[in-house]
Write a protein that binds this ligand. Structure first.
Ligand code: ATP
Length: 193
């Protein structure tokens, strides 16, 4: 998957709408301390469906909304739009928006979708909010010290099969539901005899 463009509005320090074009090859983001470099990586992780506020250096998910300064009032919402293309060169536009008191909403190519659909889309493309391809500050030491099971999870993500685990869990829970219904049906039928 190739990310082409990132649009931010009201996300952390990006109070004004900002748009970044990401050209093929190596891109460097440079700037003084505290100018928002890490916030950019967090915006990518957030639009990919990150559910842990802690991993975005926030107390709660609404903390990603611009909190205001001495000269600017806080915002009521934050929105990040990511433009990417998949391996078949098909355009993917993913939007996540959070409003105070209303939670997050996602769209993929203009269609409302669930958080789970977004997470699966990126997992199938061997990337996503927890992909080892997104390396935050302090994460390198964590990768080196990872336990075998954690390393296996990283390899599975890199191989693009992480989404299969989610689907397997869904299928297992549907199967359990069907078995419970079947048992109930058998009880009812026994009562009719
Ligand atoms: P460094 O080089 O020190 O790692 P950086 O360029 O990566 O810095 P970030 O950590 O991305 O900078 O940005 C930190 C800035 O973002 C701080 O000034 C902080 O006040 C601001 N910030 C974070 N969350 C919000 C928010 N919700 N509202 C407003 N500003 C925020």
């Amino acid at each position: 998957m190739q990310i082409h463009r990132l649009k931010l509005s009201g996300f952390k320090s990006f109070v004004e709408p900002a748009e970044l074009r990401i050209e093929p090859g190596l891109t460097g983001v440079v700037g003084p301390n505290g100018c928002g470099k890490s916030n950019l990586l967090e915006a990518i992780r957030w639009v990919m469906g990150e559910t842990s506020a802690k991993s975005l250096r926030s107390g709660g998910m609404e903390d990603v909304i611009f909190a205001g300064t001495s000269t600017r009032p806080p915002r009521d919402f934050a929105e990040v739009v990511l433009h990417a293309s998949d391996d078949r060169d098909e355009e993917l536009v993913v939007t996540r928006r959070i409003e105070r008191g209303a939670g997050s909403a996602y769209r993929v190519n203009g269609r409302d979708v669930r958080a789970k659909d977004v997470a699966l889309t990126f997992a199938d493309a061997a990337t996503g909010a927890h992909s080892p391809a997104l390396v935050s500050q302090g994460k390198i030491a964590q990768v080196i010290a990872a336990k075998p099971a954690e390393r296996r999870a990283m390899l599975e993500e890199a191989a693009g099969i992480a989404g299969l685990h989610v689907r397997r869990k869904d299928a297992e829970s549907k199967l359990r539901g069907a078995e419970a219904n079947l048992a109930r049906l058998e009880d009812l039928m026994a009562g009719l005899d």
